[in-house]
Design a protein around this ligand. Structure first.
Ligand code: ZN
Length: 501
């Protein structure tokens, strides 16, 4: 068998693997959106069975043999084929490096740890969760040893979400963000300009909120024939290509939550809809990383949908749907209200300016836990110290407003948090480049014309899938590798104007 034949066989198998993965994704969507409560046991069996089959598939000796055959004749492959080959090789290596016993032990511990976290969080009792977290840190450190790393075990875990990302890289980026955000937050919270948000607390009927959200995502370019919007407790985006499932949740007395949440998920969804059809089922039609995925959602949610031009177009429509609720609100007040900045305790409720500080707290604690300089027992005190130092607030206890607020650590998802901020940073860098390339972007947004913006994102980001490494992609799109300069300029300009500081 020559390399080309082996490649064709490999891609066929990989396409079957991703197709099976999409079945698992759809079952998961159904579990969170449609499934009746008593379906839980059967669904859990279905998903466990599928995840076992998926793991066997990607680690099978047949895949290994095909990869070896291709390696010997790589020069027979086209440039695109080489990308698919090396990305599948990367996934195969990651999956085969961790022994099955460790994977199983992790899966078992995840469900115990999750239950312990739920109880500990409700009781604000960190000690109840601490032994589970200690074991989780130790299991994930073992996984990091299997995967391999250059400097610190956390590097191996970050790499699972953000290929090539390291503790050193994020420390450098985040130190710069911190140095800019902390004093900017002081100035914003000290400003005389403060939003009157009273009108947003009135009653906004859910079916009208839904109609408005659906109109907005359609207007910005989410293909409604290739996706849908439903309700879930924890909003997410699932699926790909011609079937992208967005979810949101409505709060009658805070319409901005569902609205910006939906736009965020639509940003993820448009990335998934934007891969090239001829590459479907292969790495060339898969997202580059969690951080780049997040850059797409954050750009639509924050850079575009929280801007004044955006609401010049949409506010009249919003007013028409909610005339009484918005009777005394002006466009300026509305824009200020949806950009309200506040020192807060809970990450998922944080505004655009303070969000990264919540992430940086978590990243630094993970870094110290895996470097062995912070013990799990000392985590609550360290958490509170950092919250006070960066955000100027101290949690009342360790529960849902404190160290136990996020689900991630109970699931062993160390190294995940930095992707959120990488999304913000990359979004600002792409946004700055987009505004140089797309003429009169603000005027277009104010007229409700989003096609040029989406086309730019398609051409610079979406169509490439996993073709380039993150810095290569950014260099081609923006002229430089990942850096925080554009992000700091963006935050400073935006909030200086809004808060008149
Ligand atoms: Zn997101």
């Amino acid at each position: 068998m020559n390399a080309q034949t082996a490649y064709n066989e490999l891609v066929q198998k990989y396409t079957d693997y991703t197709t099976l993965g999409s079945v698992s994704g759809l079952l998961n969507w159904d579990m969170q959106v449609m499934m009746p409560p008593k379906g839980n046991a059967m669904r859990s069996n279905q998903l466990t069975l599928l995840s076992g089959i998926l793991h066997d598939w990607i680690t099978s000796p047949q895949i290994g043999a095909l990869l070896t055959k291709i390696e010997a004749g790589q020069e027979q492959l086209t440039a695109e084929q080489r990308v698919n080959y090396s990305e599948i090789l990367r996934d195969y290596r990651k999956a085969t490096k961790v022994p099955k016993e460790l994977v199983e032990e992790l899966t078992r511990h995840q469900s115990l740890s999750h239950n312990a976290w739920v109880e500990a969080r409700a009781a604000a009792d960190f000690e109840r969760f601490a032994p589970y977290l200690e074991k989780m840190v130790s299991l994930m450190a073992q996984q990091a040893e299997c995967l391999g790393y250059q400097t610190t075990p956390l590097d191996a875990l970050i790499d699972l979400f953000e290929p090539g990302g390291t503790v050193a890289m994020f420390t450098e980026l985040f130190d710069q963000v911190k140095r800019a955000s902390v004093p900017l937050l002081d100035r914003v919270t000290g400003s005389k300009v403060q939003a009157d948000r009273g009108f947003l607390a009135r009653a906004y009927p859910l079916h009208l909120q839904q109609r408005f959200s659906e109109d907005v995502i359609q207007a910005i370019g989410f293909d409604r024939d290739a996706g849908r919007l439903d309700v879930a407790v924890h909003p997410f985006c699932a699926g790909s290509y011609g079937d992208v499932r967005l979810t949101t949740r409505y709060n009658e007395h805070a319409p901005q939550q569902a609205l910006f949440g939906t736009i965020h998920e639509a940003g993820h969804g448009m990335y998934e809809q934007g891969f090239l059809e001829q590459h479907h089922g292969t790495p060339l039609a898969e997202p580059l990383s969690y951080g780049i995925h997040e850059s797409q959602s954050r750009m639509w949610e924050n850079s575009i949908a929280r801007s004044e031009p955006f609401w010049r177009h949409f506010f009249p429509r919003f007013r028409a749907l909610f005339p009484e609720q918005t009777a005394d609100a002006t466009l300026e007040q509305f824009v200020l209200a949806v950009n309200h900045v506040e020192r807060s305790l809970v990450r998922v409720e944080a505004d655009e300016l303070t969000y990264d500080l919540h992430i940086i707290v978590r990243f630094e604690l993970e870094r110290d836990l895996f470097a062995g300089t912070l013990a799990v027992a000392d985590l609550p005190a360290a958490w509170n110290r950092k919250m006070e130092s960066y955000l100027g607030v101290t949690p009342p206890d360790n529960g849902r407003q404190g160290v136990l607020q996020d689900v991630h650590w109970s699931a062993g998802m160390f190294g995940y948090f930095p992707s959120y901020s990488l999304g913000n940073i990359a979004a600002a860098q792409l946004w700055a480049a987009l505004r140089r390339d797309v003429s009169a972007a603000d005027q277009k947004i104010a007229r409700g014309e989003f096609a040029d913006i989406l086309d730019w994102l398609r051409a610079k980001v979406h169509v490439h899938g996993r073709r380039f490494k993150r810095d290569e992609l950014l260099k081609q799109a923006t002229g430089k590798p990942l850096g925080v300069a554009d992000y700091i300029d963006y935050l400073t300009d935006k909030f200086s104007i809004l808060y008149n500081i």
